[in-house]
Ligand binder design. Sequence first.
Ligand SMILES: NC(=O)CC[C@H](N)C(=O)O
Length: 221
Amino acid sequence: MNQTVRTDGAASCGQGQTVGVLAVQGAFVEHERRFERLGCRCIELRQASDAAKPFDRLVLPGGESTVQIKLLHELGMFEPLLERIAAGMPVLGTCAGLILLAARVGNGGAGGFGTLPVAVRRNAYGRQLGSFHASAAFAGLEHVPMTFIRAPLVVEAGEGVDVLARIDGSIVAVRYGNQLGVAFHPELDDDDRVLEAFLAMGGAESARAFWKSAEAVRPIG
Ligand SMILES: NC(=O)CC[C@H](N)C(=O)O
């Protein structure tokens, strides 16, 4: 695995951009604070009319994925947000947000957008290790702090998925085209690099231009 991430000017790429943050449940305020600090404008996505507003990037925060999926449908935001993701809008899914993106969800999960070809297992660390802190390499960046809260694990990654980080051999961060999914909470640690990497990430058209990683993964078919 030889992964590098381009960080030069990454933060400034975020300036002037509008980030739509799903704000139905979970850690959305924490994301807003961090992205505003990085020079972005944030809008909260709370209802169908919000999902129709102009924004450049989408953030799906951590929380409780089953509740979030139910609310997305009830509030009329599921279809419009799915359309944006499918059209190539850069999207960051953290923890529950990763579950929302995953094509397959195990351990009592509900189906979400399903646009990211990975299988995840919810609450993968069990009760004993429900929450913990770790530090690991992330796409070539050293010692990235990672806070896990009842986190999911990526148990299979499909073809074309870049594995960006592992903890004890288990996949905790992936990228597929315009979609970045992390099992941890980058908005809770005082380290902007993962969020900056997201802000520098292009849409589907630049699928492999930004990240340079080459870990072989098998189809989940
Ligand atoms: N911190 C989190 O987002 C936890 C995710 C939660 N366990 C779920 O399955 O939805």
